[in-house]
Design a protein around this ligand. Sequence first.
Ligand SMILES: Nc1ncnc2c1ncn2[C@@H]1O[C@H](COP(=O)(O)OP(=O)(O)OP(=O)(O)O)[C@@H](O)[C@H]1O
Length: 258
Amino acid sequence: MNVQTNSSPIEFRSVSKAYGETKSRHVVFEDVSLTINSNEFVAVVGGSGCGKTTLMNMAAGFTKPSSGKVFVNDVEVTGAGRDRGVVFQQYAVFPWLTVRENIAFPLNLGCCKLAEEEKREIVDHYLAVMGLEKFENALPKQLSGGMKQRVAIGRAYAANPKILLMDEPFAALDAQSRVLMQDALQKITTEERKSAMFITHSVEEAIFLADRIVILAGRPARLAEDIRVPFGGERDEDIRLSSEFIELRRHIEHSLKH
Ligand SMILES: Nc1ncnc2c1ncn2[C@@H]1O[C@H](COP(=O)(O)OP(=O)(O)OP(=O)(O)O)[C@@H](O)[C@H]1O
C-alpha cells in the first residue's frame, strides 16, 4: 500500500519576482518568506495577479525567482522533480488513457520499479479513495470536470510525492461539484498527510481545507498575513456554519479588500 512515511517542507527565502526589462519591469511580489512544514496543508490566497501561481511555480521548479531562494527539503530548487506532484486548474489528464491507466501512469514510468500486483493495489486504492471504481475503464471525454479532477488528484497521490502543489484545482467546477471535491480532498489529505501548497480564490475553500492560510496583498505583493486555521483533523461540512469559521472568513475577506 502507498503509505507516506515522511514529507519534506518547502521554504521560500525572501523571494521576489519581476517580469520584463527595465522600463516595462513589473515587480509581482517582493521579499516573500514562507515555510511549509512537514505534512502541513497551506493555502495561499490573494487578489488576481498578486503572484500566487508564480510562487507555486517556483516551488514546482517551473519559474526561477528574480531574487531570493526556494528550497525543497533543504535543497535549492533548480527544476521540476518527482518529489513534487502538481495539480493544475485545467484537467491535466491524458485523454487517450482510461481512468485506471491515467492513475497508473506514474507507476509505469521507468524509474518506478514496482511489481504488477503492487501497482494494481495502489491504483485500486486511489480509484476507491476518489470514488472512481465504476469509471475505471472510461476515457476522460466521458467524465465530468469534477471527475477528471479526481483522476488528476488520484494520479498525483499514486505517484506518492512528498509534496503536493495545487493551483486552483477546483476553479473550473460548478459550486456543487466544488464542494464535493473539497470533501474528497479533505478526506484524502487527512488520511494521507503530505506537505501541500494550495492556491485558491475561495476563502471558504481555504478555511475548509488548510492548516494555515497565507495572504498575499499589495502592489508589489508581500506576505500580508499568515493565519493558523483553528480546526484540526477531519472536518465536517457543518464547520462552515460555525461562528469561528464565519468570523475567520470575514477577517480574511476584509484583509483581501484592503
Ligand atoms: N511569463 C510571464 N511573463 C510576464 N508576466 C507574467 C508571466 N507570468 C505571469 N506574469 C504576470 O505576473 C503577475 C502574476 O501572475 P500570476 O499568474 O502568478 O498571479 P495570480 O495571483 O496567480 O493570478 P490569478 O489569481 O489571476 O490566477 C500577473 O500580472 C501576470 O500577468
